[in-house]
Design a protein around this ligand. Structure first.
Ligand code: NAD
Length: 257
């Protein structure tokens, strides 16, 4: 069964084949979706994303820095011009300076705080606003989050605060986009997976050690599991699900002590 047969989606946030966005893209592609991608505007990122996206027949591959509303607007406009109305959008983007992910949280500078918030949380609001005219009635938006939004995770710092804002934004956006156009907005809260961004969190490998020790499934999650759950949230299987933060972490978040 191809869950996304005849559907089109645009994916923000592929950097390489370890990216969670790429695992979601692969699951969507295997299920019949036509896809478009952005890349962070620089030649190296363009090369990396093209190498992945072209072989799966990506319709558009566009530069877009999500800290710039005009780039978001132009990207989604061009995507819809080429691909037609969109059925879904994936937002899998986050950034915080290396210093803010290693120094104590209270030492976060104003500019590092605002930059992290702009790229990691506000960008979802802008993506939704600019995607809305091109999203089909009943479409879906998915963002990626982490439990550092609700629990203190060593060194996650400002990113935890950004994820809290992101998850609250999901609830407001789900309410408004649902009433306006039956568009669903959800967040997938992944367990720790080794990616480019994860490498920026100091002590990340210690985070990986916790999951086999503490989680109900006694293991780390596989990135393909993020792909499968992302596919579910984007497909009609989740037609009654919106405003949710859906954990894909082997149950790690339910364990106390
Ligand atoms: P990744 O590095 O592969 O993806 C992050 C993406 O953000 C990259 O493609 C990067 O180019 C993009 N990006 C950063 N700044 C940008 C900007 N200004 N404009 C456009 N794009 C920009 O790492 P990932 O782990 O796949 O991260 C994807 C999402 O998953 C993030 O929101 C991250 O917080 C979340 N997440 C990751 C984990 C994990 O353990 N890896 C766990 C839970 C949630």
């Amino acid at each position: 069964m191809e869950l996304l047969n005849g559907k089109s989606g645009f994916i923000f946030g592929v950097a390489n084949d370890h990216s969670l966005a790429w695992h979601i893209a692969e699951a969507c592609h295997r299920n019949g979706a036509r896809l478009g991608f952005n890349y962070l505007p620089n030649p190296k990122m363009e090369m990396r994303v093209r190498k992945l996206a072209e072989p799966i027949g990506a319709k558009v591959i566009l530069p877009c820095d999500v800290s710039d509303d005009e780039q978001i607007r132009a990207t989604l406009h061009q995507a819809a011009e080429t691909m037609g109305p969109l059925d879904f959008v994936v937002h899998s983007v986050a950034y915080a300076s290396r210093e803010s992910l290693s120094a104590p949280f209270y030492q976060t500078t104003r500019s590092d705080f605002l930059q992290a918030m702009e790229i990691s949380a506000y960008s979802l609001v802008s993506v939704c606003r600019h995607a809305l005219p091109y999203l089909r009635e009943g479409g879906a938006v998915l963002t990626l989050t982490y439990m550092g939004s609700v629990k203190v995770i060593p060194a996650y710092n400002v990113m935890g605060v950004c994820k809290a804002a992101l998850e609250a934004s999901v609830r407001y956006l789900a309410t408004e986009l649902g009433r306006e156009k039956k568009v669903r907005v959800n967040a997938l809260s992944a367990g720790a997976v080794k990616t480019l961004s994860a490498a920026g969190v100091s002590g990340f490998s210690r985070m990986l050690d916790h999951y086999p020790e503490k989680s109900p499934l006694a293991r780390n999650i596989e990135p393909e599991e993020v792909g499968k759950s992302g596919l579910y949230l984007l497909s009609d299987l989740a037609s009654g699900v919106t405003g949710e933060v859906h954990y894909v972490d082997g149950g790690y978040n339910i364990v106390g002590g």
